[in-house]
Design a protein around this ligand. Structure first.
Ligand code: FAD
Length: 312
């Protein structure tokens, strides 16, 4: 038996705590987004906006060759085992209303939505009625050696990690010394040095950082070219299939890269070429690939389509 376990399972943290019979403490708040083509929602930079109905702060962001508007902030009433969270019809209406009040000349319609996606925020439950009034601060709980670190923000990752390790330290033979610092980020090659078209260099450096040149060098013929009108390159599919610990096609297309959300119909038209590149890298048989395509389409229809059907 391990003396200490760090539970950094995000919205699943209560499920892990349940294994030691700890009572639930989290409120899972769903945040949903709609994605539009850059042509339909042209944005030069991120825009903060207030929803016309409840004045909640929202944003419209140029993101990986497309534009997105988000988010909502609602109690997620489903159990995590039911499947991936999805954007409800009410949320679609709410997000479109925010877009149209900020960009009235665009008249955004449901047909303009390329895809949708939702995430769950693990927020400490105080029982307050308005979800948006719950604190977003992170917490560290030590429950008999199960250290849970959750809540917070992407931007607070370093301090969260230090606090989790400090809490774990008392169980360890060699205590953790937070005063010792190492560099997390090193300087990157310049955008110009990569000699890629459009926004691809900036995108690739943002996503792959110091590994960018290795990704480009691993490409076969014509793979350092853009996919559709996106900054993504075919070579990154080879790279993530080879190195991304991909278990399922949805890991590849929705999480390692986001092509399933950036392209219409989950990238259906491009699946044949994606298969040529990725199937050999993944070592999947034809049967496995076909099973994965059918699983991927089901997940897409349930949770990422412009009007997702959810768990019906
Ligand atoms: C809609 C939304 C909008 C947000 N907006 C912002 C923002 O604008 N700015 C900002 O800074 N932050 C934002 N956040 C918060 C940010 O996403 C989180 O703070 C961050 O993702 C937390 O990182 P984490 O590693 O703690 O948890 P997560 O990113 O949730 O990762 C938890 C991981 O644990 C894995 N896991 C679960 N169970 C197990 C298990 N049993 N075994 C192994 N692995 C497991 C999961 O697969 C997952 O990969 C937002 C979050 C959401 C949902």
């Amino acid at each position: 038996k391990s003396k200490v376990v760090i539970n950094a399972a995000g919205p699943w943290s209560d499920e892990i705590r349940g294994q030691i019979n700890a009572p639930t403490r989290l409120r899972k708040l769903r945040g949903s987004h709609l994605i539009f083509s850059r042509e339909r929602l042209p944005l030069k930079h991120a825009v903060t906006l207030l929803h016309p109905k409840d004045k909640r702060a929202m944003f419209a962001i140029p993101w990986e060759g497309v534009s997105l508007i988000g988010t909502t902030d609602l109690d997620h009433k489903y159990s995590l085992s039911s499947g991936e969270p999805f954007t409800s019809a009410e949320e679609i209406e709410y997000i479109l209303a925010a877009g149209n009040s900020t960009f009235p000349s665009l008249t955004l319609k449901p047909e303009d939505v390329i895809s949708s996606f939702s995430g769950l925020r693990p927020v400490i439950n105080t029982g307050i009625a308005d979800p948006s009034k719950e604190s977003r601060a992170h917490v560290v709980w030590d429950e008999d050696g199960l250290i849970t670190i959750t809540g917070g923000k992407l931007t607070t990752f370093r301090i969260m990690a230090e606090q989790a390790l400090s809490a774990a330290s008392k169980y360890l033979r060699l205590p953790f010394d937070p005063s010792k610092k190492i560099r997390y980020f090193n300087s990157l090659p310049s955008v110009e040095s990569l000699k890629l078209a459009g926004d691809s260099a900036l995108y690739m450096l943002g996503r792959y950082g110091e590994e960018t040149e290795q990704v480009l060098n691993a490409a076969l013929k014509n793979e350092n070219l853009q996919i559709a009108n996106l900054p993504n390159l075919w070579s990154e599919l080879r790279w993530v299939a080879r190195n991304g610990a991909v278990e399922h096609l949805d890991d590849l297309l929705l999480r390692r890269v986001r092509l399933g959300m950036q392209l219409p119909a989950g990238g259906d038209e491009l699946l044949p070429r994606i298969r040529v590149i990725c199937q050999p890298e993944l070592g999947w048989s034809d049967k496995k690939w076909e099973q994965e395509e059918s699983r991927y389409r089901q997940i897409y229809t349930r949770a990422y389509a412009p009007t997702p059907i959810g768990f019906k």
